[in-house]
Ligand binder design. Structure first.
Ligand SMILES: Cc1cc2nc3c(=O)[nH]c(=O)nc-3n(C[C@H](O)[C@H](O)[C@H](O)COP(=O)(O)OP(=O)(O)OC[C@H]3O[C@@H](n4cnc5c(N)ncnc54)[C@H](O)[C@@H]3O)c2cc1C
Ligand code: FES
Length: 497
């Protein structure tokens, strides 16, 4: 976000038609729009912010086939063939990005490099052997076990080396995709919030500014689908994850991607900032995840990341960046890409990325284009959004019991007795009779009051001190301090009090 622009286009205010309307200009939406426009389809893309203003601007942009959920786990859940298709699709996604970068001459620092999975001191080293055998069965036969990660300043013990992973600048990539889409006749509208999305003989998408899109099909690529009330949201859970950027001397840590094994795990990579003698590296370290809206202790999490980093990387000169973002964790480890369950046949979704949204978003582009072009795709069944993975039942129950527990907040007392207890720039939920009010006190001392009831399915939102947002602990909807919805599944602002 510090080193690229977020492109803006005009707002849609009139009626337009297209063969396909895509809601969401993150990596999933723009990749789908790109592949469809290459097929000669007329596309209209809508986004309520700028291009890339969702989670794609907050990503750490590891491009991997070394997936978040271990391959032996994917094999248990989806069988050997399922794990093989997952490996094949993520490998193909990295290559697809590489090809697009070349063909469209996108200047986005795309770089192939190795990835290393190492074991945290508390975990058993056996996990590496189990994973190595599973990745080989999944067809990734070039992965090998090495004695250690290539750091001479910290002993990690044995690791798995995943060759031909990659990294890039996600926002520069999206800017290039947007240019290519427009070059092929596609139309992109930003600051255009889709309020109603309906499939049927003709899909119809209504927008806040009065614009309407009539389309043959609609793809909802809003990170978590804003058009799906329940079906998908019981099968994925929203987690907040935290990242720091530590300044280190250029070249002091070998350029590669790194991950460890605890839950939540740490993810690392290196980005060079500046040029010539002034250039230095930023070590990007993420982790410390928790369920969205269920904790408000970002400073503690950043401190834990910094401690973990300084313990291993003595060359750290200072912490230059801190940020957080939200990831959607599917209960069975694979994204949901395809037709929206219990909806018209021409409504498609892409969600459930886990920490692999760059490749899942690219897979969405490939797979949804095939579905819309009525072509068969070998990955269709593993990403089918209506699937029920019986072996993931324990995880499904755990996440949904957790959600059920959040509803007890409806009858609990407010966080503070009166608004006077709220500090400037802070927020809290107050009980007023039977209702719960989300009160934000701005830096001038003025109060902004909204109903604390989430407009998705009625949970009570909680204040997020780091981001100045109201976050829903049930399925991860988020609202800014003025009550405006900024992250689904909710698609409406908090009601004014
Ligand atoms: C800190 C962090 C680190 C991560 N690291 C990695 C990584 O290393 N590798 C990896 O592969 N993945 C990673 N991920 C995951 C990845 O970033 C996401 O999964 C991915 O960016 C999601 O892309 P998307 O296009 O689905 O959604 P988004 O980028 O969120 O785009 C959705 C768009 O929809 C728009 N929108 C929403 N509702 C509406 C509406 N009603 N009308 C119009 N527009 C709407 C939003 O404005 C937004 O621009 C990370 C995520 C985070 C937060
Ligand atoms: S996100 Fe579902 S109730 Fe708030």
């Amino acid at each position: 976000m510090d080193t690229a622009e977020l492109p803006l286009e005009t707002t849609l205010t009139e009626k337009v038609s297209a063969e396909v309307c895509i809601v969401g200009a993150g990596i999933a939406g723009l990749t789908t729009a790109y592949f469809l426009s290459r097929e000669g389809k007329s596309v209209v893309v809508l986004d309520d912010g700028p291009i890339g203003g969702g989670m794609t601007q907050r990503t750490t942009a590891h491009l991997v086939n070394a997936l978040d959920d271990r391959y032996f786990e994917l094999e248990r859940l989806h069988g050997e063939e399922g794990a093989r298709l997952a490996a094949e699709s993520h490998t193909a996604a990295i290559s697809a990005i590489e090809t697009i970068v070349e063909q469209e001459a996108i200047n986005c620092e795309f770089e192939r490099l190795d990835g290393y999975l190492f074991v945290s001191p508390r975990d058993s080293k056996k996990v590496l052997d189990e994973e190595l055998a599973a990745v080989h069965r999944a067809g990734l036969t070039d992965i090998e076990k090495v004695e250690r990660v290539p750091w001479d300043f910290y002993e990690t013990g044995p690791a798995l080396r995943f060759p031909r992973q990659a990294q890039f600048h996600p926002l520069q990539y999206l800017a290039g995709l947007a240019k290519a889409i427009k070059g092929k006749g596609g139309r992109i509208f930003t600051q255009t919030h889709a309020t109603e999305i309906e499939g049927g003989k003709q899909a119809r998408i209504e927008t806040k500014g009065g614009g309407v899109v009539n389309a043959g099909s609609v793809v909802v690529a809003t990170n978590t689908p804003v058009n799906d009330l329940i079906a998908i949201h019981t099968k994925q859970a929203a987690y907040q994850t935290y990242v720091i950027g530590a300044r280190i001397p250029k070249g002091s840590v070998p350029r590669a991607l790194y991950w460890d094994t605890p839950d939540p795990y740490h993810y690392l990579r290196i980005e060079t900032v500046g040029r010539g003698a002034a250039a230095y590296d930023v070590l990007i370290v993420g982790g410390e995840d928790h369920k969205t809206g269920q904790q408000d202790d970002a400073n503690k999490r950043f401190a834990a990341l910094e401690r973990w980093t300084r313990h291993r990387f003595p060359m750290v000169e200072g912490i230059e960046y801190r940020w957080s973002g939200e990831v959607m964790e599917p209960v069975d480890g694979l994204a949901f890409i395809g037709r929206n369950p219990m909806d018209a046949k021409n409504v498609f979704i892409a969600t459930g990325d886990s920490g692999n949204g760059m490749t899942h978003g690219t897979i969405a582009g490939i797979l949804l284009t095939d579905l819309i072009m009525e072509r068969r795709n070998p990955w269709e069944s593993i990403y089918e959004p209506s699937r029920i993975t019986l072996r993931a039942l324990p995880e499904f129950l755990k996440e949904n019991l957790n959600v059920a527990k959040q509803y007890t907040d409806l009858v609990r007392a407010g966080e503070v007795e009166s608004a006077d207890e709220i500090k400037r720039g802070g927020g809290a939920v107050i009980s007023r009779g039977m209702s719960k009010v989300a009160v934000y006190k701005d830096s001038q001392g003025a109060f902004h009051e909204h109903s604390a009831v989430c407009t998705h399915l009625g949970c009570i939102v909680n204040w997020n001190t780091l981001e100045n947002t109201w976050d829903c602990p049930c399925h991860g909807s988020r609202f800014d301090a003025s009550g405006k919805v900024i992250q689904g599944p909710a698609n409406k602002d908090l009601a004014r009090e």
